[in-house]
Design a protein around this ligand. Structure first.
Ligand SMILES: Cc1cc2nc3c(=O)[nH]c(=O)nc-3n(C[C@H](O)[C@H](O)[C@H](O)COP(=O)(O)O)c2cc1C
Length: 392
């Protein structure tokens, strides 16, 4: 359930809702307060949720009987974003004088507030007491960030970024199955330099790996991400180690694997490097250029001797004999399961928000999955990792 109140950050709620439904496959009902309705029309939220937006305790045609009780019970989580000073004050003091505050009252600690307000309102000692009261009682609370505010001033009070809100929501929802576990994730491309201004690389963006890292962190794991160069925003809830070349990636993984419970190897590591790269730019001349490329070390082979009961998940990108080639890799490199991408499929592999994969396990069974968002796929993969780690 997404509760929307009358704060200026309300315009961000539309893209947040879209992210929840589209990216994470969430089923969302929306409630808007009277003040929220002064800022925005429900139409956009109806469109993104695919459902009517609830706006009133008494006059919505479909709000019959004790629908507010049904909504409180139906929701796995109640996210209030943006959360005004007013709704925080009401919730902290048990006030239930409109539909949203009544639903919060029924939902209790399933509720998580993403606060947004002017610095003065936020720093008000009564507000701080209200926040503390909610946190102490077990409600979720996403602290606002510092930055420019609607008043033109700068200070604490800005709504947290939506990826932070989504991650907090997921963490609030999950059971913490990976608490105490250390998960290592590799992400993104690597670069093999051929001179100081050119490199060989691939189109990996790191999105799949970052999404996996966030899914593992939402389950309570300590997550380290080793990533090649990427423009994508850093994953929330994970330590990020940045590398560039395949060799740097290998060294970082070998070092961190020793202390990890699982490795999810989603990086697209270069297979070839150019050992003769010099410090000067290669000059063009009249003839063609031939580069002698050398094989890079295979990272999974380098660590397979230390596998023990650690879980290893690999990714493969194949364009022909996809399943046979992937099965071969799975066994050669001691993986527990392999996630197979076919970049020729629409919406799959590099650069998309979605992916279409097959998952092959050590027994050889092949699970062909539908096209889904990278968020949903990450949850599914991390679920398999959790089961393997717990032996279930
Ligand atoms: C233009 C404008 C922007 C506002 N922005 C905020 C805000 O960011 N945070 C906040 O707590 N209140 C803000 N308010 C005040 C709330 O709208 C007001 O306290 C209202 O009673 C909140 O009602 P609700 O919590 O039921 O939605 C703003 C008011 C106006 C007119």
């Amino acid at each position: 359930m997404l509760g929307i109140t009358g704060g200026i950050a309300i315009y961000k709620s539309a893209s947040l809702l879209r992210e929840l439904t589209f990216e994470h496959g969430a089923d969302v009902q929306v409630i808007m307060t009277d003040s929220a309705l002064k800022f925005m029309s429900p139409l956009i939220f109806e469109t993104f949720s695919g459902k009517p937006v609830w706006t009133s305790m008494f006059s919505d045609k479909e709000m019959v009987g004790v629908r507010h009780v049904e909504i409180s019970k139906w929701a796995d989580a109640v996210l209030i974003s943006p959360a005004t000073a007013n709704i925080i004050g009401k919730a902290a003091n048990g006030i239930a004088d409109d539909l949203l505050s009544t639903v919060i009252s029924g939902a209790g600690t399933k509720t998580i507030f993403a606060a947004a307000m002017e610095t003065g309102m936020y720093e008000n000692p009564i507000m701080q007491q209200n926040i503390k009261r909610l946190k102490d009682a077990g409600f979720g609370f996403i602290d606002p960030e510092s930055g420019p505010l609607a008043s033109g001033e700068s200070g604490v009070g800005r709504l947290a970024e939506s990826r932070v809100i989504v991650h907090s929501l997921l963490t609030h929802l999950k059971s913490g199955r990976l608490r105490g576990k250390k998960i290592l994730v590799s992400a993104g491309p690597t670069r093999e330099w051929i001179d100081p201004v050119r490199f060989i690389s691939n189109p990996s963006t790191g999105r799949m790996g970052f999404s996996l890292a966030e899914a593992a962190s939402a389950e309570g794991a300590d997550v380290i991400v080793i990533s090649g160069p990427t423009e994508v925003a850093s994953p929330v809830g994970a330590e990020l180690i940045k590398v560039s070349t395949a060799e740097e990636m290998k060294n970082a993984i070998v070092e961190k694997f020793a202390e990890s419970d699982a490795l999810v190897m989603s990086a697209a590591v270069g297979d070839y490097t150019y050992p003769e790269a010099g410090s000067e730019k290669l000059k063009k001349n009249g003839s063609d250029l031939r580069l002698n490329l050398k094989r890079t070390d295979d990272i999974l082979k380098a660590i397979s001797g230390d596998k023990g009961d650690k879980v290893i998940v690999g990714f493969s990108v194949e364009t022909e004999n996809i399943i046979e080639n992937s099965k071969l890799k799975l066994h050669e490199k001691s993986m527990d399961f392999i996630v197979v991408n076919n970049p020729k499929e629409n919406g799959a592999a590099f650069g998309h928000d979605t992916n279409k994969v097959s998952i092959i396990d050590r027994k050889g069974s092949v699970e062909e999955l539908e096209l889904m968002s990278k968020g949903e796929l990450s949850t599914l993969i991390i679920d398999k990792v959790s089961k393997l780690l717990s032996g279930s």
